[in-house]
Design a protein around this ligand. Structure first.
Ligand SMILES: Nc1ncnc2c1ncn2[C@@H]1O[C@H](COP(=O)(O)OP(=O)(O)O)[C@@H](O)[C@H]1O
Ligand SMILES: [Mg+2]
Length: 215
């Protein structure tokens, strides 16, 4: 299978509550960029957790591509940008950005150079030696995005990545996430309320209770 992820007729409910959504069909290929919008509470973050394989839906099937290389973990090539942020406060910004690549076995020097390059692209290079806990919400959001890019994943899953950013910074983030030229550009699925972010993606869907409607 060449697609990274396919969702076929996916639906879900939590416990005995009414069905959150049903009938979701979505295929994500290499280098695709896909935006998902929709009202608060419709299930966007839940759907993203299914796409990333960290949770399973009640209905339908989610298929992930097989490892690109022998011995590689299926999910090692997915990077997350989470709404809550997931930085280590006592570590430097540089360490936070480089960490996933180092944990994946990359040499520290190589990981640090790559971290510096993406930090510069996102305008946070002056913060590289600061502890993450001293940063503002918007700066932390950019650290989280820099980290996802620095690990050179096949797929980035981003939940409201520009929620705390001003318009100019948001444009910088979109350029960093979507602007790399193939074959290096990861596929990106972004949940967003920002129509400019959605319009920058190749495909834009609205999540409703009955499935994804393409714009
Ligand atoms: N683990 C859970 N258990 C029960 N209900 C949940 C759980 N996670 C999310 N929900 C509920 O499911 C609905 C959709 O949540 P979510 O996917 O976070 O929506 P969105 O990201 O579109 O705002 C919300 O009403 C939320 O309260
Ligand atoms: Mg959400």
């Amino acid at each position: 299978m060449t697609d990274l992820v396919s969702c076929i007729d996916v639906g879900h409910r939590f416990g005995s509550r009414r069905e959150l959504f049903g009938g979701v069909d979505l295929t994500i290929g290499r280098h695709d960029s896909v935006a998902i919008t929709g009202p608060s509470g419709v299930g966007k973050s839940t759907l993203l957790s299914f796409i990333g394989g960290i949770a399973s839906p009640d209905l339908g099937v989610v298929r992930h591509s097989q490892p690109a290389r022998k011995g590689e973990e299926r999910l090692s090539s997915i990077a997350w940008v989470l709404q809550t942020g997931n930085v280590l406060g006592n570590r430097s910004v540089l360490s936070n950005i480089a960490l996933p690549a180092v944990l994946a076995g990359q040499a520290r020097g190589v990981a640090a150079s790559r971290a510096e390059a993406v930090a510069s692209q996102l305008g946070i290079d002056s913060l590289l030696n600061n502890r993450a806990r001293t940063l503002s919400g918007g700066e932390l959001q950019r650290v989280s995005i820099a980290r996802s890019l620095a690990s050179s994943p096949d797929l980035i899953l981003a939940d409201e990545p520009t929620g705390q950013l001003d318009t100019t910074t948001s444009e910088t983030v979109v350029e960093a996430l979507l602007g790399a030229s193939s074959p290096h550009r990861p596929a990106v699925v972004v949940v967003t309320h920002d129509l400019r972010v959605a319009q920058a993606c190749e495909r834009h869907y609205e999540l409703t209770s009955t499935g994804l409607q393409q714009w």
